[in-house]
Each structure stands twice: as C-alpha cells, then as structure tokens.
Design a protein around this ligand. Sequence first.
Ligand SMILES: NC(=O)c1ccc[n+]([C@@H]2O[C@H](COP(=O)([O-])OP(=O)(O)OC[C@H]3O[C@@H](n4cnc5c(N)ncnc54)[C@H](OP(=O)(O)O)[C@@H]3O)[C@@H](O)[C@H]2O)c1
Length: 332
Amino acid sequence: MRTRKFGKSGLETSVIGFGGWPMGKGQYGALDEDHATAAVRAAYDSGVTLFDTAAVYGWGYGEQLMARALKPFRKNVILVTKGGRRWVQGQTDRTRSTVSDSSPEYLRSGLEESLNRLQTDYIDLYLIHWPDPTRPFSTPMEALEEAKAAGKIRHYGVSNFSVPQMSESLKHGQIVCNQVGYHIFDRRPEAETFPFVQKNGVGIMAYGSMAHGLLTGAWKRDQAFGEDDWRRTGKNFGLTTWAPENLPKNIGVVEKLKKLARGHGKSVAQLAVAWALGNPAVTVALCGAKTPAEIKEDLGGDWEMPSSLRDEINRLVLAEGAGLGKVGDPGP
Ligand SMILES: NC(=O)c1ccc[n+]([C@@H]2O[C@H](COP(=O)([O-])OP(=O)(O)OC[C@H]3O[C@@H](n4cnc5c(N)ncnc54)[C@H](OP(=O)(O)O)[C@@H]3O)[C@@H](O)[C@H]2O)c1
C-alpha cells in the first residue's frame, strides 16, 4: 500500500483510508457487526493505517463499533473522528437531524464523548464535520488548539469547508486536511478547493470514492434502499446521481466503466478508487465497506491510472452521466 503525506503537516498514512459511516447502524442499511469489525481487521492486515469515523455515525454507535474493531491495534493507526455536529434525537428526517455547532462548549463536550466512545485518550486527527457559519471560524480553531495543547488530539482539520472558510480558518490554526466528497460523478472540488489546498500545504481526504456504492457495480437500475439507509432519498450531498430519473442512465455509465476496468484487469470499484487517488491534490481516498471481501476488493484501487484512461473516463461520464457534480459547480 502506498503512503502519502498530508500537505506540509508531516502526517503520513496509507493512501486508502477505511470509511466508518457504514458502521453507523441505522443510517447505511443492513449491517452485520461481526462482518464490519472483520472488515476493519482485514484493512489493517492489508496495510491500511487510517480509519475514519464521526460522532454522528449511528449517533455514537459507529465510534463504539470502530473502537471494538481497532482495540488490538489502536496504537498503530491514525484514528480520525469528526465533531461539531449536534444531533436531534428522534428526528428521522436526515436533512434536519443534525446541525453544526462549533461553540467551544459543544466541541469540548463532544470531544470528551468521542474519546469515551472510542476508548482512547487521544484522537490522531480531529475534524470539524461541517462548517458552522453562525460564528467566526477563529472559534473552533481556538478550541482545537486548546485540545491539542492538552494532548487530547494530535492533529486537526476540517470537512466540507469552502475556500473562504478554509482561508479564514488558516489564519487561526494549522488545519491538516479538508475532507470532501470526490468521485467520478462528483468533480466539484477540482476548480477551487484543490488548487487552494495545494497552494497552502493542506491535505485532502476524499469521501465517497465509490459514489457511496454506485461505482461498485453492485447496484441495479431499480436499486431500492431500506428505511434505515440514507441513500433511499436519492439525494447525495446536493447531487441527484441516483435519483430515479438519473439512476438508469448512470447504471449504463457504470456498465461501460466496468468494461474499461476489465481492460486493465481491475473491477469498477478499483477503477473508481484509483481515479480519486489520481488527482495530485488527493492525499487519501476513503473506502466504506461492510465486509472483509468488500474492503479487500476496494484496496485493489491502489494503482496508478494512466492519464489517457482518466481522460476517457471523464469524457464518458460528462457525455452520458446525469445528476453530476461538475468541475466548478458549488459544493454541498
Ligand atoms: N465528511 C463527510 O461529510 C463525509 C460524508 C460521507 C462519507 N464520509 C466518510 O467517507 C467514507 C467513505 O464514504 P462512503 O462510505 O459514504 O462511500 P463509499 O466508500 O463510496 O461506498 C461505501 C459503500 O459501498 C458499498 N461497497 C463498498 N465496497 C464494495 C464492494 N467491493 N462491492 C460492493 N459494494 C461495496 C458498501 O455499501 P452497500 O453494500 O450497502 O452498498 C459500502 O458501505 C465514509 O464511510 C465516511 O467515513 C465523510
């Protein structure tokens, strides 16, 4: 497994990171806890050193399950979690069930709760999950500096921040990375976010490398999701890539991508992960997985894609895809 450094921070991890949202029971469809913890183990055994979770995944359950899975080797890995997102108990409408809160009080108490659920006395990399536009960006940076000085976190960063929000944050703190959505169907960060982070020595952790499952080739034209799966709404971070009107078209694109992948001895999931890693701004591509077999396949995405293949993919998706995030479109 290749490794990369996060900008100028000195933090270095495997290029593929394990994504922990599917472990957030109740949010990402059916989950077998034993298979999920075995997937974490399989990732570690294959050289993955970065494991990502968040306080809101399964309303705390995702962190607890991640702690259980990491227990035998926690000290050997970079554990990433995210906070600053308050959840409303019992609210089933996902769009209204969480709200950003970067007040020092909430960040302090949220960090303590995460440490407790993760059964650890430090977080390697702590991220502000979503920007809180109701207060100055100096506020979370000061809280993160305080936590760092206390030894509770080793590095910190942000997630889903725009360029002005990152720019403001950097005046007050040393953000190591921005975690943003990036995959073959979503190229929104390429226009502004990526040039900015490269200029400022900040890393990128890309999420949804396999378009949250669509780019694994496992979905059907009439793919249905259960009540406990956020994907059932058809909306993904401001896009409509698998809304009913777009899904058949995009399944057609995935079928063509499968053929391209086969030509290089890869699966479409491996093509998707390599595509995300192929952008020089990307430090780590996160892969969410529920079983050892899934993550083992996804880790085959650690290969260098020829630029001609990348161009071919981009042309195909632009011409035939629907509900896309295009270069320069505003972020979520
Ligand atoms: N900061 C943020 O706001 C944010 C937002 C989203 C994600 N994230 C992070 O980024 C990580 C990655 O994103 P993601 O998990 O949403 O999406 P993803 O990695 O693109 O896709 C994950 C899903 O695809 C399916 N899958 C994975 N490998 C497969 C394989 N080989 N064959 C068949 N199906 C396979 C699994 O779901 P099914 O089997 O159920 O289809 C899995 O849960 C998350 O886990 C989370 O840690 C962060």
